[in-house]
Design a protein around this ligand. Structure first.
Ligand code: SF4
Length: 535
């Protein structure tokens, strides 16, 4: 793993460690009357110009692998004049990460941490004791970018108040474009199996920031999952921008002329692809590694759910019955403008097909409010889709136009901000209402929960996730252990616990624990008296 960290892929990480918070030195003083947003834009401009000439992650790689030795790699660069190799050494300084965005960014944070750790840094979860603060982002959404600039303004105050007796506080932004990810933490782990996107949805900047789709070889993924299993990890999430578009072309014998099966009624923006080892094959292999290890995957594209994938999810006890199905809009007209490759009808048919193929499946989705040209009627169609599908989890955003995208060049961002926000609020309200109803169907059932740790709100409660990835809170009490009848135990992170659900909201389930069990036992007859229905 460390070897792979030092190789090429990380060369494309843009790294900015702002020595002594240089970017902030141009902030208006605290007495300045300019609005916060304007300050943010000023900093943004400053940041962008600095990014071009700033140090890269290679500087950290070099000091992480061999601080005193020069790399012969042509990619190795001399540190910029304001940042010496010596300064890059951690010397027990404490680094605090603040990660913005998706799970991919969380993973990338772990890579950055593993490198800094080797350079002698310590990690802290306490902002106040940090010597280095790193904000981690990929700036996919304009709102996320704005959040970073606003956060920098807050951190400036922390830096100013810092006592002179302490080492100066350094604040940096890590802008991510990492291609290969590997990390593990507690009982769960997430692994990048592919990166990039070929779909070119008109609103999306991902193909420009993450590049074209490329997948890792199946063999190397399996090797890593086996290692995680040996370490006792209980859950692996396979990650990718279009995770189910996975295609391993590294083995010549599988590069046949067999065309790719798409979900019925779905099309692509690119020429159809052929051959390679597909996602169904990977999922099959990964789920065979350890029957006690849960397998999740995110984020999929709805077009890549052929029957073989759905059947596998249904058949394998350890593949979670949870599917993220980003819809983005409930209007076929808007979907066409977004270049999503499906109509509302095709999407709804897919939802029905998935629910028939995987009874009890939990569904989540993404929606954008106020895309270019979205009328009130289009918006109401999205509202009706939320009601019709009744998702368990949702991620909803107001549209913000990004440069480079097709929409930027060809469409008008013509829905007023106020209207976008009003529509977003309406979507959120409907989503919550429907999700509560969907989650309430679990009340009275026993569900298998993988314990993550103590609840953040109460030291006497445990928190874990059910098969559908919903948070489940339950009191930490003594339990019967299914593997050792008569033995009373307390559940720990990494344990599977059967929990009887007693209450549900749009985001959380509550219940009480019935027994500690195993994934295999939970699907066997032993638990049938409690399990109606389990998933
Ligand atoms: S929104 Fe579209 S372009 Fe963006 S990552 Fe998803 S599939 Fe690719």
């Amino acid at each position: 793993m460390q070897g792979s960290l030092r190789r090429g892929p990380l060369a494309c990480v843009s790294w900015l460690l702002l020595k002594n918070c240089r970017a902030h030195s141009r902030f208006p003083s605290s007495g300045c009357s300019s609005p916060e947003r304007q300050q943010g834009h000023a900093v943004s401009k400053d940041f962008n110009s600095r990014l071009v000439t700033g140090p890269t992650f290679q500087h950290f790689l070099r000091s992480a692998s061999a601080p005193s030795k020069k790399l012969s790699s042509p990619e190795a660069e001399d540190p910029p004049p304001y940042l010496t190799e010596d300064e890059l050494l951690g010397r027990q300084r404490k680094v605090y990460f603040e990660t913005y965005g998706c799970q991919m960014n969380v993973n990338d944070t772990e890579i950055a941490w593993s490198v800094l750790h080797k350079s002698g840094y310590l990690r802290t979860r306490n902002l106040q004791e940090a010597d280095v603060i790193l904000l981690v982002t990929c700036s996919i959404r304009e709102k996320a970018e704005q959040t970073i600039w606003n956060r920098l303004l807050q951190l400036k105050a922390l830096k100013t108040k810092r006592p002179r007796s302490r080492v100066p506080l350094k604040i940096g932004i890590l802008v991510l474009k990492i291609q290969k990810v590997c990390f593990c933490a507690s009982a769960t782990s997430a692994w990048s199996i592919m990166r990039g996107c070929d779909n070119m949805c008109s609103y999306c900047i991902v193909p420009f920031t993450r590049g074209r789709e490329r997948s890792r070889p199946v063999a190397s993924i399996l090797e890593e999952v086996k290692k995680l299993s040996e370490q006792g990890l209980k859950e692996v999430t396979l990650l990718g921008q279009n995770v189910n578009s996975f295609r391993d072309n590294s083995e010549v014998q599988f590069n046949s002329a067999v065309s790719t099966n798409l979900s019925r009624g779905f099309t692509t923006n690119y020429k159809s692809k052929q051959g390679g080892l597909r996602f169904a094959h990977l999922l099959d292999q990964v789920s065979r590694v350890d029957p006690e290890m849960r397998i999740r995957f995110t984020s999929p594209h709805p077009k890549d759910f052929p029957d073989e994938v759905l059947q596998l999810i249904h058949e394998r006890d350890n593949i979670c019955k949870q599917i993220h199905l980003p819809a983005q809009s409930g209007s076929s007209r808007v979907l066409e403008a977004m270049r999503r490759g499906y109509s509302r009808e095709a999407y709804v048919n897919l939802v029905h097909h998935i629910r028939e193929s995987i009874p009890g499946v939990s569904l989540s989705s993404d929606f954008i409010a106020g895309f270019c040209g979205e009328t009130e009627d289009d918006h109401l169609q999205t509202v009706s889709l939320l009601r019709e599908v009744q998702y368990n989890t949702g991620f909803l955003f107001a549209y913000s136009m990004r440069q480079k995208t097709r929409a930027y060049h060809r469409l008008q961002d013509d829905v007023p901000e106020k209207v976008k926000l009003r529509r977003l609020e309406e979507l959120i309200a409907v989503f919550r209402e429907e999700a509560t109803k969907a989650n309430e169907t679990s009340v009275g059932c026993a569900q298998l929960v993988l314990v993550e740790g103590l609840s953040k709100r109460s030291a006497t409660d445990l928190c874990g996730r059910n098969d559908g990835n919903l948070k489940v809170i339950f009191p930490c009490t003594e339990l019967e252990d299914v593997s050792s009848p008569g033995l009373k135990v307390r559940a720990h992170p990494g344990d599977y616990v059967l929990v009887k659900i007693t209450a549900a909201s749009s985001q959380t389930l509550k219940g009480h624990a019935l027994c500690r069990t195993t994934l295999k036992n939970s699907s066997a007859d032993y638990c049938s008296e409690w399990m109606a229905p389990l998933h």
